[in-house]
Design a protein around this ligand. Structure first.
Ligand code: ADP
Ligand code: MG
Ligand code: MG
Length: 254
């Protein structure tokens, strides 16, 4: 059992207009096996939360804490976070010239576990995971993210999740740019990886449609850098019919 605990997290970024506070007190606890959906309007700080957990250097934590099983995540380097079992799906969004998907995955697995996986079982594992995600075997020999379509990028992310077997996976907008078939395949991949590893999942999304395939245990509505409301799956249904207006409307004057 693992617990990712975020307490009263405040995060700023440097912009041309100066320092801007984006996260304004986020508190959230995720246990192994749980799926938490973070939903919210564009610009509410959802990706900032993901980047802050992953340790992106652009985001400065000014107060609050993040711990994984009591260990101070904020004191860890990005690599240490990955070794501790944190996985961020958009961790490697850049093209990596000259590095094939196959080599990249093996290097990542070695970095996370501390030893190179046995080649024979590894090749089999990669092949199996790719079949599950309906990926052409040729994909393994392509360079990472070079000319990947949106759908290929997302499949590659979930392929990483399946193979790296993290304790906690943070999936940011995994549904964006996917058609319904791809969405189903990618969602099945997440569910399979979850089932296999018992990972906790933080699923960040703007739309409710992915939640038809990956059922959340908890839904958090994210507005203006903090959680405005939390509930169960029924909250997602409400958001689908009502949108975010209710949360964005100015408070009535008394
Ligand atoms: P979401 O993922 O919910 O759409 P983001 O976390 O991407 O929201 O962004 C939240 C706010 O912070 C936005 O106003 C965005 O412009 C701003 N922001 C995020 N990252 C940066 C950055 N690196 N530099 C400047 N502003 C940023
Ligand atoms: Mg956005
Ligand atoms: Mg975002």
């Amino acid at each position: 059992m693992s617990t990712l605990e975020i307490k009263d997290l405040h995060v700023t970024v440097e912009t041309e207009q100066g320092t801007k506070e984006i996260l304004r007190g986020v508190t959230l606890t995720i246990e192994s096996g749980q799926t938490h959906a973070i939903m919210g309007p564009n610009g509410s700080g959802k990706s900032t939360l993901a980047y802050s957990i992953a340790g992106h250097p652009k985001y400065t934590v000014t107060s609050g804490s993040i711990t994984l099983d009591g260990e101070d995540v904020l004191a860890m380097s990005v690599d240490e976070r990955a070794r501790a079992g944190l996985f961020l799906a958009m961790q490697y969004p850049v093209e990596v010239p000259g590095v094939t998907v196959s080599n990249f995955l093996r290097t990542a697995k070695t970095a996370v576990t501390g030893e190179a996986p046995k080649l024979r079982t590894w090749v089999k594992d990669v092949k199996g995971a790719m079949e599950n995600l309906r990926m052409d075997p040729v994909f393994a020999e392509r360079n990472v993210n070079e000319g990947f379509s949106g759908g290929e990028k997302k499949r590659h992310e979930i392929l990483q999740m399946e193979l790296l077997e993290p304790k906690m996976a943070i999936l940011d907008e995994t549904d964006s740019g996917l058609d319904v078939d791809a969405l189903r395949v990618v969602s099945e991949g997440v569910n399979r990886a979850k089932e296999k590893t018992g990972a906790g999942v933080l699923l960040i999304t703007h739309y409710t449609r992915i939640l038809r395939y990956i059922e959340p245990d908890f839904v958090h509505v994210f507005v203006d850098g903090r959680i405005a409301e939390q509930g169960g799956p029924e909250l997602a249904d409400r958001l689908e019919s009502e949108g975010y207006d209710r949360f964005l409307a100015p408070s009535p004057t008394v």
